[in-house]
Each structure stands twice: as structure tokens, then as C-alpha cells.
Ligand binder design. Structure first.
Ligand code: GCO
Ligand code: MN
Ligand code: MN
Length: 388
């Protein structure tokens, strides 16, 4: 009998309008399934116990349409939120689809394109504030190059920082109270994208004028495309109090951006990720930025959405079981997990430096210690496989 998992609004699951709305277009082929109306998407997600919905300006309002039509589209969205109790958990700007952004948005070589991009963001920030979105995401899909001859990366990063400083200034000036989250990605659609990894983004954020209101929105697929550990990226973001949002999906190393159903590929990595999110006190949206396989019809889209939630909840249950298993506690003690939480020498003082210099170590004895990581990791596998 399959185990039932029921999502509750407190779980803070969220989806982007463009995720369940994905119609299966890829660079080689056209849409394979019909459009699901925004209102139907919101109702369908509410039925699955989802808490939040996110959008790009152009998902919600037709780009370039008359203001009256755009207003009507927003009103229909608001009504669907009211009727279902879903919240707007994040908003973002489409700075990648229109040909005007082919050379970038904040980092286009054309200053008029840069100003247009910033105006587009400001207008959508106004709407995001009206809808109560706590987080505004910046994914710079077109901020990059195919040839390094085309841009001086130092200038591009200066323009990127200028845009974010200006937009943060706008949010503060208006008293909106939302925070920014930068979403790194190494490539696709550009050959090289600026701020390719979580590490690059964290370093960049520290240079910003309003660094305290800017964090990261790491995505499983993007770190994995770089061959990096998503878990390590998220853990460092948590450690630096910079995990403002997260894009959950799945991905195989070395492939194109697959945006697979959460937990469908890297089950062990996802076990550690979910355990980290659950144990770290992360209270933001658990936002699925993924889409159904291109083979699917509309029924398959809902199978996909259910699968994302089911896999998260199942891994959270596994993580709890793991943390409650006395054999795990014993194996962790043997491995010295808690010893790493003890300070090594404490803060510097001339006395403590002298004490450390005088300490003697029997390195040959120290070198004989086994850390028991094989046994500990096998318990992880046993729990994941349900044979613990
Ligand atoms: C991608 C990105 C996008 C962004 C979205 C919100 O690789 O396509 O993940 O889906 O998350 O544009 O910024
Ligand atoms: Mn994303
Ligand atoms: Mn992606």
C-alpha cells in the first residue's frame, strides 16, 4: 500500500505559474500540451495543499498588451488567490524572452536596454508589493556572453551591482519591505552567465550597498549543472543567513537544464537537502521550479506536481526517522559529528596562543583514529531504502 502524504499550508510549498504552466516547448520542438488557465492552475495547486504561487510579470500579464487588459489579468489572479487562500510567495521579472534582452538586461552593452530592464523591474516590484510578495527574485539568464571579447566582466558586474543598488533603493524608498534573492546559473541560455554559482553570488552580494536585503535563491539544477554539490551551496547560504528562497527540482550532472520533478534523480542528495532545510529552521517558500516531462499531457502535469510534493514529504519523513534512530546517534558520535561543533582554540589571545604553541600532540596516535563514515553512511542508505 502506498503511504499517503498530505501537504499543509504550513509546509510552505510553492510553485511558479510557469512550472505547471510549462507546455513542453524546447529548443527543438513546439508546445505539446494545451495552456492551463491561470485560475485553473491556482485551483489545482490549492487542491494539492500548496501554500504559495510565484510569477514573472509576463506570466501574469500579456507583454505589451493595453493597460486595461493587463489590469484585468491581475484582477483575475487576485480573485483566484482570494478564493483559494493561496499567497503570492515570490515575484520576478522576465528579462530573457523578448529579443530586446538578447545582449543582457542589466548588463546589456546598450544603456537604453539597461534602463528599460530596470523600469520593467520597478513596475513589477510595485505589483509584487501590492500582492504582498516577501521575496523578489533576480535570475539573470541573459546576463552573460558567448565571447569574452564582447564585454569586460568587471564593467558588467559594476552595472549589475548598480542596478541592484538602485532597485534596492527603490524598495526602501517606497517602504515595501521585500527582500531580493539572486539566482545563480552557470550557462543556458547564455554560453557563460555572470554569477554562475551560489559562491559567486554570495561574494558579489557582499559588495552591494544594501547587502543586508539581498540573499540567494539557489536552484538544484543550476549547481548540479556545474558539477557542484547543491547541499554544500545551500548549507553555506544558511550559515551566512542568505538563504532567502530556494528553487527545488532535479537534474543530472553534465546535462542541459532539465528541471525534473523534485527528488526524481538524486535521491541521496535530496535526502540531505531536505534534512538540512527541515533542521535549519528555514522558514521561506519551498518553491518548485520544475516542469513535467515533454511526454506529458495535462494529467501528467498534475502527476508531476503531486510527485514534487510527495517526494519532499517522504524525504522529510525519512530524515526524521534517521535523526531519531539511536544507531545513527551512536554512529555520529563515533564519527565525531558533535566534536566539530566545539571551538578549536576559541578567540585569539596571547595566552591562548602560547598555550597552543606549548601543547604536544602524539600525531601517530591521532592518525590511527578511524571515523566510521562507512557505517554512518550505510545507515543513510538503509533509511532511504527502507531497510534500516
Ligand atoms: C531557469 C530558471 C528560471 C528562473 C525563473 C525565476 O533556469 O529557467 O531557473 O526558471 O528560476 O525565471 O527567476
Ligand atoms: Mn529557477
Ligand atoms: Mn532552472
Amino acid at each position: 500500500m502506498p503511504v499517503e502524504f498530505v501537504a499543509k499550508p504550513e509546509d510552505r510549498f510553492a510553485f511558479g505559474l510557469w512550472t505547471v504552466g510549462n507546455r513542453g516547448r524546447d529548443p527543438f520542438g513546439d508546445a505539446v500540451r494545451p495552456k492551463i488557465e491561470t485560475v485553473d492552475m491556482i485551483k489545482g495547486l490549492a487542491d494539492l495543499g500548496v501554500w504559495g504561487i510565484s510569477f514573472h510579470d509576463d506570466d501574469l500579464m500579456t507583454f505589451g498588451a493595453p493597460e486595461a487588459q493587463r489590469q484585468a489579468e491581475v484582477e483575475a489572479f487576485k480573485k483566484a488567490l482570494d478564493e483559494t487562500g493561496l499567497v503570492c510567495s515570490m515575484a520576478t521579472t522576465n528579462l530573457f524572452h523578448h529579443p530586446v534582452f538578447k545582449d543582457g538586461a542589466f548588463t546589456s552593452n546598450d544603456p537604453s536596454v539597461r534602463r528599460f530592464a530596470m523600469q520593467k523591474v520597478m513596475r513589477n516590484i510595485d505589483l509584487a508589493a501590492e500582492l504582498g510578495a516577501p521575496t523578489y527574485v533576480f535570475w539573470g539568464g541573459r546576463e552573460g556572453v558567448e565571447t569574452a571579447a564582447a564585454k569586460d566582466t568587471r564593467d558588467a558586474l559594476s552595472r549589475y551591482a548598480e542596478a541592484l543598488d538602485f532597485l534596492a533603493g527603490y524598495v526602501l524608498d517606497k517602504g515595501y519591505g521585500m527582500r531580493f534573492a539572486l539566482e545563480p546559473k552557470p550557462n543556458e541560455p547564455r554560453g557563460d552567465i555572470f554569477l554562475p554559482t551560489v559562491g559567486h553570488a554570495l561574494a558579489f552580494i557582499s559588495t552591494l550597498e544594501h547587502a543586508d536585503m539581498v540573499g540567494v535563491n539557489p536552484e538544484v539544477a543550476h549547481e548540479t549543472m556545474s558539477g557542484l554539490s547543491f547541499y554544500q551551496a545551500v548549507a553555506q547560504a544558511v550559515w551566512q543567513d542568505k538563504l532567502f528562497h530556494i528553487d527545488l527540482n532535479d537534474q543530472r550532472i553534465g546535462r542541459f537544464d532539465q528541471d525534473f520533478r523534485f527528488g526524481s534523480e538524486g535521491i541521496k542528495d535530496h535526502f540531505f537537502l531536505v534534512r538540512l532545510l527541515e533542521n535549519s529552521g528555514y522558514a521561506g517558500a519551498k518553491h518548485f521550479d520544475a516542469h513535467a516531462y515533454r511526454t506529458e499531457d495535462v494529467a501528467g502535469v498534475w502527476d508531476f506536481a503531486r510527485g514534487c510534493i510527495r517526494n519532499y514529504l517522504a524525504l522529510a519523513a525519512k530524515a526524521r526517522e534517521f535523526d531519531q534512530d539511536p544507531r545513527v546517534a551512536e554512529a555520529m558520535a563515533y564519527s565525531g559529528v558533535a566534536e566539530l561543533a566545539e571551538p578549536t582554540v576559541g578567540p585569539y589571545s596571547s595566552e591562548s596562543a602560547a598555550r597552543l604553541k606549548a601543547e604536544s600532540f602524539d600525531v601517530d596516535v591521532l592518525a590511527t583514529r578511524g571515523f566510521g563514515n562507512e557505517a554512518l553512511d550505510q545507515l543513510v542508505i538503509d533509511h532511504i531504502l527502507g531497510i534500516a
